[in-house]
Design a protein around this ligand. Sequence first.
Ligand code: AHR
Length: 489
Amino acid sequence: MNKIVINTDTGKHKIDRHIYGHFSEHLGRCIYDGYWVGEESPIPNKRGIRKDIVKALKKAKTPNLRWPGGCFADEYHWKDGIGPREERPTMINTHWGGVTENNHFGTHEFLDLCEQIGCEPYICGNVGSGTVQEMSQWVEYVNFDGVSPMADLRRKNGRDKPWNVTFWGIGNESWGCGGNMRPEYYADLVRRYGCYCRSYPNQKLYRIACGPNAADYEWTNVLMRQAGGNIDALTLHYYCVSGKESRSATKFKESDWFAQLQRALVMDELLVKHGAIMDRHDPEKRVALIVDEWGTWHHVEPGTNPGFLYMQNSLRDALVAALNLDMFNRHCERVRMCNIAQTVNVLQAMILTEGEKMLLTPTYHVFEMYAVHQDATLLPMDIETEQYKFGDESIPAVSGSASLDSAGKVHITLSNTNPKKAVEVSIDVRGSKVAKVSGRVLTAPKMTAHNTFTKADAVKPEKFTGTRRRGNTLSVKMPSKSVVVLELS
Ligand code: AHR
């Protein structure tokens, strides 16, 4: 029997809405032929930005968007992306397919996109091939309200008031594509760049340093020791790269399902260990841990450009998303922002497009279902679960998290990782009276189920009727391979 105990009156920490953030890079069809279709496109758009994508991201309460990369960020020169579009210089996107970037989507277009979605921008600056002056001027262009060379240039380009962007990343993957640096060297650069990226009177900057690649604990230690006092957050990147028997996003067996979920659960160990190192340097937990690239990485769809990272997204990816979001919630004391890679047409996307068609992936539905946790108080939750065994190995069958929102509603999210067996969970809710329970479930007959342009609703949330309530005890029957969200009032 699987048992969960939730205490509704002892929550201490807020689940920051920014945990539900996104990442969108100039990569493949994420920006061009994704968000950006241009003002002349027959596809309905507002100032060149697709309306259907904006509507979907608003519905999922997207809280922030990280841009322009990724590896692209460290070769991006922001001044090439402002002013009249036809006069903007081109560049080669060397990381992603060697295609020509025309710079038609730049600072103004990105910040317009964020305003249309109603989310906060998170801009990643160029440390790898840029200069301190260049990044410092970008902050001035975006945030300074007075008279200055950059603020005047912004006005000349049609924007009077500053955008007041809070979140600024100081380089991306500086240990790899962002410059192959050593942590000692990069830590000094963080101090220097952080110093010249000014907080103007109207906007206190939140300086985000590039953190470790997965289990590189030495990087975290050096960064916290040498630059911990100069930053507000340190990032972590961890991808679940698929493949044991198959790397296909939609053609895989149970061995691949199991391996992928097992990989996803490694995130917990990374958060615990990096968190412990950060605690040594910063016991007050002032510096946040931000997982600003995470998600699944499969083979690209057959026939597509390998450099574009365009992949399908199945129920398996939805389970990976749910497991991760529950882990982030549970670690919300230190983890205050996360950005899944990437929003549109790239890696573990929320949205896929084909011409004027658009579909929502199973991962999108998880984000939309989990939005109830945003800015709610994390509730302590004890889980006693059976194991889902595959061969000689096993992972927990049931995983989840719970929160209390400002209206007094409790939300519980749960996953059943077992693709062959339904599970029954008994939930004991303590600390408040439960009068009513409702819920939604995401599942499908096959673990490879996914949405296509001809069948866009193959995987979508349905009303969940598997809960029985007796007083404050709930008995929940979860179908195999499912994600459930419950609302208690
Ligand atoms: O998300 C794709 C790439 O993965 C990013 O550009 C890079 O930061 C990471 O290696």
